[in-house]
Design a protein around this ligand. Structure first.
Ligand SMILES: [Zn+2]
Length: 567
């Protein structure tokens, strides 16, 4: 996703988290309650594996807030002895639970719905758990007026706010397929993940509601709960073209392409349209660079997300104001499109590895503009990211920050800008051919599932034949960045330039191992480049030169994230 101003995130986030905070602490025997926006304690998840969610949601008439839901989950225990399927769910009234059609006595407290499974349930058994519920969601499913004052409904789940509107394993580690049946006011349209199933069917006015239409959507590829969304309201669907032809195995179309479209409020179609002009080309580019496009279609949806853009699988949601303003948001479109590959299809195994989603989307978003506008544009974007990282308050913490349990706080310059730089540096060390082969191997191996930084490292080590432990450790597990001070002198007798590089960064930060190029520029304007590797706090380098040098430049092409030397 792309962040909006942090203060705005916190303002909307905190009341939601507080809304389900327990009145009293849980007893020592009980697991602590789980709060949306916070990481769950280790061991919370993993006992069950949800394979499929079938969500039947009846929306109120326009302007109403109360929903009725039937969530039918197909799931299995992952080990013997699992007595209950414990689901994240909060704020709504549960009116009935069945397992394989039989009513059961559930336990519902502190943000958890515990559904008993038959005694002796084995990992080879699958169960169908159906939960009937109703009420007004506290968060997650936003039943609000849009910027034009028109009622609309949009899901907005990141990081773990799906629990406010359907019972789920609300964690990125459990990916599942999905189907939606949405009963919406007759005048509205509904867009969701995946492929629309048939035409919307009219539904007569019933008890307490006006005429509706029933929309069905289906996503046949597993995704995490934070990706599972639909939007409903008065929207216009604008076809933008097709893409990834022959590189879209999930496409339902006979031509093997995915349809790319924009779903916009009628008032904003003209202003918003231009932002999406290159949207199909982005899909083509990533499908060629990384691997097949994973989903059935790609919809770009004007919505009520609290983020600048939210990468929901095959249905990207954008903040309504941004598109209505007419600003060109192509950078956001590229970022969210890249997320379809990284974040949505290859998903970080746990929240501290968020850079596997956001760092990738940041860097691959930029790569589209390198592709279109050239290398200089990439360098400009990396320089902007470098400055934002250096000026951030994240530099004293590592990218993989296992001590940070507030999930919104992970939306920081480590996960985004430094994460993107980690990929850029890896590309610089390995070269384009090896780097992108490693990326493709990682994508192919972990697509549809979860991955860790160690998995990425393994893929890169396999294709390069190099040990990269030091690289991943210093850039992801340690804080900070190098600051390099350079002094040089010319030894005319020996015909060498002698260069001393001192790492002057904060003493608490590591001494970085830095393979980089050193450019020696002579008075006549010629230059020569030499490969070097810095390892100590002070390194002495020596290079042959034909004439007196005029300048010595470290890392002339900007492949290394570093601070500005003190002047
Ligand atoms: Zn993102």
């Amino acid at each position: 996703m792309l962040r909006v101003h942090r203060a705005a995130i916190l303002l909307v986030c905190l009341p939601a988290a507080a809304a389900i905070a327990p009145a009293t602490p849980a007893s020592a025997q009980e697991p602590p309650p789980i709060v949306a926006g916070r990481a769950s304690p280790p061991g919370t998840y993993g006992a069950i594996d949800v394979l499929h969610y079938d969500l039947d949601i009846a929306l109120p008439d326009p302007g109403g807030k109360r929903i009725e839901g039937l969530a039918t989950l197909r799931l299995r225990p992952t080990r013997p002895g699992v007595g209950a399927a414990v689901l994240d769910f909060t704020g709504l009234e549960v009116t009935g639970v069945t397992v394989d059609g039989d009513s059961v006595d559930d336990a519902y407290a502190d943000g958890r719905l515990s559904v008993p499974l038959p005694a002796g349930a084995a990992p080879t058994d699958t169960f169908v758990v159906a939960v009937h519920y109703q009420g007004v969601p506290d968060d997650g499913l936003l039943l609000e007026k849009n910027l034009h004052g028109d009622p609309a409904v949009f899901a907005d789940n990141w990081p773990n706010r799906a629990r406010f509107w359907f019972p789920s394993v609300d964690d990125p580690s459990d990916k599942a397929t999905l189907s939606f049946t949405v009963h919406a006011p007759a005048a509205w349209v509904v867009v969701a993940n995946g492929e629309e199933v048939g035409e919307p069917l009219p539904e007569a006015a019933g008890s307490g509601h006006g005429p509706r239409r029933v929309w069905r959507w289906r996503l046949d590829e597993p995704v995490s709960s934070y990706n599972m969304v639909f939007g409903a309201g008065d929207m216009v669907e604008i076809p933008l073209g097709t893409a990834a032809c022959g590189r879209a195995p999930a496409s339902p179309r006979s031509d093997g392409c995915v349809a790319v479209s924009a779903w916009l409020f009628p008032e904003d179609t003209v202003q918003a349209h231009r932002t999406f002009l290159e949207a199909p080309e982005m899909v083509d580019y990533y499908a060629g660079l990384i691997g097949p496009y994973p989903f059935e279609k790609l919809a770009h949806v004007q919505s009520a997300t609290r983020f600048g853009g939210m990468e929901n699988a095959s249905a990207i949601f954008y903040t309504d104001q941004g598109l209505a303003s007419g600003r060109n948001l192509e950078g956001t479109v590229a970022h969210e499109t890249a997320h379809q590959w990284f974040g949505d299809w290859v998903t970080e195994a746990d929240w501290p590895e968020l850079w596997l989603s956001e760092g990738f989307a940041t860097y691959f978003g930029h790569l589209f503009f390198e592709h279109v506008d050239g290398e200089k544009r990439l360098r400009e974007l990396m320089e902007e990211d470098r400055q934002e990282y250096l000026e951030s308050d994240a530099t004293n913490r590592p990218v993989i920050d296992r001590d940070q349990h507030e999930l919104f706080a992970l939306l920081n310059a480590n996960s985004y800008q430094k994460g993107g730089w980690v990929l850029h540096m890896l590309r610089g060390i390995l070269g384009d051919d090896v780097f992108f082969r490693g990326i493709r191997r990682y994508y192919e191996r972990f697509g549809g599932g979860n991955a860790t930084s160690g998995d990425l490292r393994s893929a890169m080590e396999e294709v390069s034949g190099k040990d990269l432990e030091w690289f991943f450790h210093q850039w992801l597990e340690e804080p900070g960045y190098p600051v390099l001070a350079t002094e040089w002198s010319y030894d005319a007798g020996a015909g060498t330039v002698n260069v001393t590089v001192t790492q002057t960064q904060n003493a608490d930060w590591p001494t970085f191992r830095l393979p980089l190029e050193v450019e020696v520029v002579t008075a006549s304007g010629t230059s020569e480049r030499h490969a070097a590797e810095l390892r100590g706090r002070v390194e002495h380098l020596s290079f042959p030169v034909a004439a007196a040098p005029k300048a010595v430049v470290l890392d002339p092409d900007g492949w290394v994230l570093k601070g500005d030397p003190a002047r």
